[in-house]
Structure formats: structure tokens, C-alpha cells
Ligand binder design. Structure first.
Ligand code: C2E
Ligand code: CA
Ligand code: CA
Length: 523
């Protein structure tokens, strides 16, 4: 019936009915009796009593229609309400773990204080403490067991956190980060709870028959209720969590104001670095590489140097690290390589340019083409460039790393394994990839003469290089005694303060001149 009334014919019929209803209602409003009698008698004269009957029926049908329509509307409102509730839930919850998300937290859908432990001291009763929990090593687990396995792990972690009696509300803030709100805790209980959170997360989780383990870093702080939004407390808990994470897996820390200072400092440095890269204020310096057999210069390692606007020298590991984390490394790399290639053109042909490539760049498939573009623009032959990569750069994505090294090799670029012996699985890397050179880390060279074990390791590394037909460079040679020790062991190249520190391009030119004139003098 409702369907009929929705059709075109039904609508026309409705119009007639509505007219009838209007008349009917008008009739009801007037002095019905007298009016009806005179009206009927009038109508009888015209033979129209059937018309009145029709009007009555129409009025009745209109009433039924209205009742149906009201029913329809109620149903529609219910459906709309349900859809709205579903949309609300979707917007405020994480689909995987079914936990409320960051948006829910920002909308302050706060739990009602569910319990207030009777044995909690008076002062602690109204405390709201925010805990930030971030998994350690989740990415590795994800890589190992796949994303489906990673999802199972996240769901289990969420369940475990929720199962902790003291967690009044648990949110998933994205990725592997969870926020827990706890009420009415004393300081001692907060610390205890941070430990419990770590224990709960780090217990092995059985996925597809494998016992999988992740770590957890926890930071926490109290909410200054009434004085700040809840997000501020979550932000401080986050800062404490990052600081805890920087100390290694499974640490927990309460927020300290110094953590905020560190972040502010870092943000300011990041913005200065952005400006320095744009203005090309970071320069390449060159440290000589000496062929230990001939005593002649065989190359320069380009090392980045940055003195900020206040005249402060920022150490390369600091600004390179920030550039890596913020994605600025590609632009910095291209700027520096362009500078270095143009400087290297002024050097003799047998003096090679060594250039450092960051581990994050080894995940960039476009790296070879970026390098070739700079080489082509500068006119430096590929054979005069050597790229230095660390062992850690090879484990992030071995397939891309293999592709990059292959492309560079094919073009004639040489590859050196930097800081050899300090990273992961050095020997496995040697077997897997082709290297032209290994650079023994300066920590071995510094101690090899005093420490018997280190001495044996250096000997073994040099022997390894010889047997694999890979040249060896000793880094950090500072003293004549170290040089005298390395020479008979067959080390090929030396680098260190004994031969020269990293210097600007102009000084590198003078260094070359001096070499040439001293050769002429000895000849
Ligand atoms: P690295 O590649 O191992 O560079 C050698 C570091 O050892 C340089 O430090 C150099 O100044 C220092 N060094 C050289 N000889 C001696 C010595 O006899 N004694 C001691 N104690 N140190 C010596 P620097 O320039 O501070 O660079 C540190 C690290 O920063 C580099 O280690 C490299 O990993 C990174 N780095 C520097 N420039 C660049 C760059 O342009 N790109 C990338 N990706 N990384 C860079
Ligand atoms: Ca290097
Ligand atoms: Ca090195």
C-alpha cells in the first residue's frame, strides 16, 4: 500500500484525498449538524450524495496514509540514527583492534571514573595519568611474519593492555602506539604500572606456531586537569616515551621538563638545517687517503661541514641524522655531491673522490640515477667516484641495496664498505655483495696496539681483505707507531690525522701541490 502511494498515480489519488480531507476537516470545524442538513438537502437537488460519500472515503484513506507515513518516517529516523552511530564509531575507533583512536581522544570521550580504589590515598584519587606505549622492533616483526601476522600481534597487544585492571581506557593512536589512561594512581603505582605494561606487551605471542616477541617503551605523565587539554598530557607522555626508547628497548620514564627542552632545541636545529641546505651553506671538506705502499695521495673522502649562523659547528653525525630522519638527506646529498664532483675535477686523474651514502639512501631505488645525473652534469668520470656505505645500510632492504650496488658497479663506480667490523654481520655482507674496498673502523686502529684481541682482529681483517682480493683502508691513523704497525701487515690505504684532517677544497688543492713538489724533490 505504501508503495502505491509513492507512485505517480498514487500521488494524484492523494491530491484528491487531501482535498476531501480538507473539506472533511472544515466540515468538522463548522457547525456540522445544521450545515450538513442544509448542504445535503441542497445536494440532493443536484443528485450529488455519492460525491459526499466519496469525500468521506477519501478522508478516511488520507488518515490511513498519514498513519503509514508516520510509521515510515519513524523507521527512517531509526535507520538514520543507526547509520550515524556507525559513522561515529568508524570515525572514533581503530578497525583492527576496535580500540578508540586519536580522534576519540581529542574529542575527549573520557571514561567515567570507573573505580576509585578504596585504599588509594585521598590526594591520588582524582589523578589522571596518561601512559604512552610504543612497541620496540615491531617493524622487524612485521617484515618477518608479514602484515597479517603484524595485525594479529597488534590485536593481542591491545587485548593484553585492556586486560590490565588499572587501564581505564585504552586508545590506539596509530601504528604501534597506544595511549592508556589510568585514574587515581600514586607516583609509586604509576611506575609499577609502567613496568606492568612492558611485561604484558613483551610476553611472547604465538602467531602461526611461532613465538613472536616485541619490546615496549613507556612514557607517562599526569594531566593537569582543568589547566590544560588532555592532549597536552599525552604529548608529554609521548616525549617521555621517545626518551625511554632512545635508551634501548623496554625502558619506562616519567616526563621531565628537560625532555621538552631537547625537543625544542631539536626543532630549532631542524629548521636551521632546512635553511642551510636551501642556501647551500653546508660545505664539503676533504680528508686525504694515502696509498701506504707508495706514500702517495690516492683519494679524498668528502666530509660534510656545517657552521651555523651563530658560528657554532654542528657535528656531522648530528645534522646528517636529522637530515636522514626528515627526508632532507636526498637534497643535501645532491648538493654536496655536486660540490665535490666539481672540486674533484681539479685533482689529478688518479685521485679518487670517496663519498658517504647514508643507510636511508640505500632504500631509495632512484639513488643510482641521482648519482649518474650529478656525474653527467659535472663531467667527472664514474670511475673516479667511490661510494662508502656502512654494513647497517645493507640490512634494511637487502634486495634494493643489491640493486643499487649492482647499478653503480656496472657504471664503473667503486664501492667501499665503511666502518667495517662495527655493524651487523660483517662477514655475511662480504659474501653477499661485491666490494672494492673495506675500511677498518678507527676504533680497532686506536686500540690494536694495546689490546691483544683487537690486534688479532685487525690482522684477521687485513688477511681477509687480501684473500678476497679487496683493498683495505685503515681509518683513524693518528700516530707513526700505528703506521709502522700497519705497514708490514699489508694494509693498502691509510686515513687519519697523521696524514691530514678534512680540509676545504682550496687547502686540498695545496695538499696536492705539496705532494707533487715533494715527489719532484725526491725524484
Ligand atoms: P666516517 O665516514 O667514518 O668518516 C670518518 C670520520 O672520522 C670523520 O668524522 C673524520 O673526521 C674522522 N676521522 C678521520 N681521521 C681521524 C683520526 O685520525 N682520528 C679520529 N678520531 N677521527 C678521525 P666526521 O667528519 O665527524 O664524520 C663523522 C661521520 O659523519 C662520518 O663517519 C660519516 O658517517 C658521517 N658523514 C660525514 N659527512 C657525511 C656526508 O657527506 N654524508 C653522509 N651520509 N655522512 C657523512
Ligand atoms: Ca666514510
Ligand atoms: Ca668510517
Amino acid at each position: 500500500m505504501a508503495e502505491f502511494f509513492r507512485s505517480r498515480a498514487g500521488k494524484q489519488c492523494l491530491s484528491v484525498m487531501a482535498l476531501g480531507a480538507t473539506l472533511w476537516i472544515s466540515g468538522a470545524l463548522l457547525d456540522v449538524d445544521s450545515w450538513l442538513v442544509s448542504f445535503m438537502s441542497g445536494l440532493e437537488n443536484y443528485g450529488a450524495d455519492e460525491f459526499v460519500l466519496a469525500l468521506g472515503i477519501a478522508g478516511g484513506m488520507s488518515f490511513i496514509y498519514s498513519a503509514l507515513r508516520i510509521g515510515d518516517l519513524r523507521k527512517e529516523t531509526q535507520l538514520r540514527g543507526a547509520a550515524q552511530a556507525r559513522a561515529d564509531w568508524t570515525a572514533t575507533h581503530d578497525h583492527l583492534t576496535k580500540l578508540p583512536n586519536r580522534y576519540a581522544f581529542e574529542r575527549k570521550i573520557l571514561p567515567k571514573p570507573a573505580r576509585q580504589d578504596g585504599d588509594v590515598p585521598e590526594g591520588a584519587k582524582s589523578n589522571v595519568t596518561i601512559f604512552s606505549v610504543d612497541l620496540d622492533g615491531f617493524k622487524k616483526v612485521n617484515d618477518l611474519i608479514g602484515h597479517k601476522g603484524g595485525d594479529v600481534l597488534l590485536v593481542e597487544v591491545a587485548k593484553r593492555i585492556c586486560a590490565l585492571g588499572n587501564a581505564d581506557c585504552v586508545y590506539r593512536f596509530g601504528g604501534d602506539e597506544f595511549i592508556v589512561i589510568a585514574l587515581g594512581m600514586t607516583e609509586a603505582r604509576e611506575e609499577w604500572f609502567a613496568k606492568v605494561l612492558i611485561q604484558a606487551v613483551t610476553r611472547p605471542i604465538l602467531i602461526d606456531g611461532f613465538a613472536v616477541e616485541v619490546g615496549a617503551s613507556v612514557g607517562y605523565d599526569r594531566w593537569n586537569e582543568g589547566a590544560e587539554p588532555l592532549e597536552d598530557a599525552a604529548h608529554r607522555a609521548d616525549l617521555a616515551m621517545y626518551e625511554a626508547k632512545s635508551r634501548g628497548p623496554n625502558h619506562h620514564l616519567i616526563f621531565q621538563p628537560s625532555m621538552q627542552d631537547k625537543v625544542t632545541e631539536r626543532a630549532s636545529l631542524e629548521s636551521k638545517l632546512r635553511g642551510a641546505i636551501q642556501n647551500k651553506a653546508i660545505k664539503t671538506y676533504y680528508q686525504p687517503l694515502i696509498d701506504l705502499r707508495s706514500g702517495r695521495l690516492c683519494g679524498f673522502e668528502a666530509l660534510a661541514r656545517w657552521t651555523d649562523e651563530d658560528g657554532i659547528r654542528i657535528p656531522p653525525p648530528v645534522f646528517i641524522g636529522i637530515a636522514e630522519e626528515t627526508g632532507m638527506i636526498t637534497e643535501l646529498f645532491e648538493n654536496l655531491l655536486t660540490q665535490a664532483c666539481s672540486d674533484a675535477l681539479a685533482w689529478p686523474d688518479d685521485v679518487r673522490l670517496s663519498f658517504n651514502v647514508s643507510p636511508v639512501q640505500m632504500e631509495d631505488k632512484l639513488l643510482p640515477s641521482r648519482i649518474f645525473k650529478v656525474l653527467a652534469a659535472s663531467g667527472l668520470p664514474a670511475g673516479r667516484l667511490e661510494v662508502e656505505i656502512t654494513e647497517n645500510a645493507l640490512i634494511q632492504d637487502p634486495a634494493i641495496a643489491a640493486y643499487i650496488l649492482d647499478e653503480l658497479h656496472k657504471a664503473g663506480v667503486q664501492i667501499a664498505l665503511d666502518d667495517f667490523g662495527t655493524g651487523y654481520s660483517s662477514l655475511a655482507q662480504l659474501a653477499r655483495y661485491r666490494f672494492d674496498k673495506i675500511k677498518i673502523d678507527k676504533s680497532f686502529i686506536a686500540t690494536c696496539r694495546e689490546d691483544e684481541k683487537q690486534e688479532k682482529i685487525v690482522r684477521a681483517m687485513l688477511a681477509l681483505g687480501r684473500s678476497l682480493n679487496i683493498k683495505t683502508t685503515a681509518e683513524g691513523v693518528e700516530e707513526h707507531a700505528q703506521l709502522a704497525y700497519l705497514l708490514p701487515l699489508g694494509c693498502d690505504i691509510g686515513q687519519g690525522y697523521l696524514f691530514g684532517k678534512a680540509m676545504p677544497a682550496a687547502e686540498a688543492g695545496i695538499f696536492i701541490e705539496n705532494q707533487i713538489s715533494s715527489l719532484a724533490f725526491t725524484a
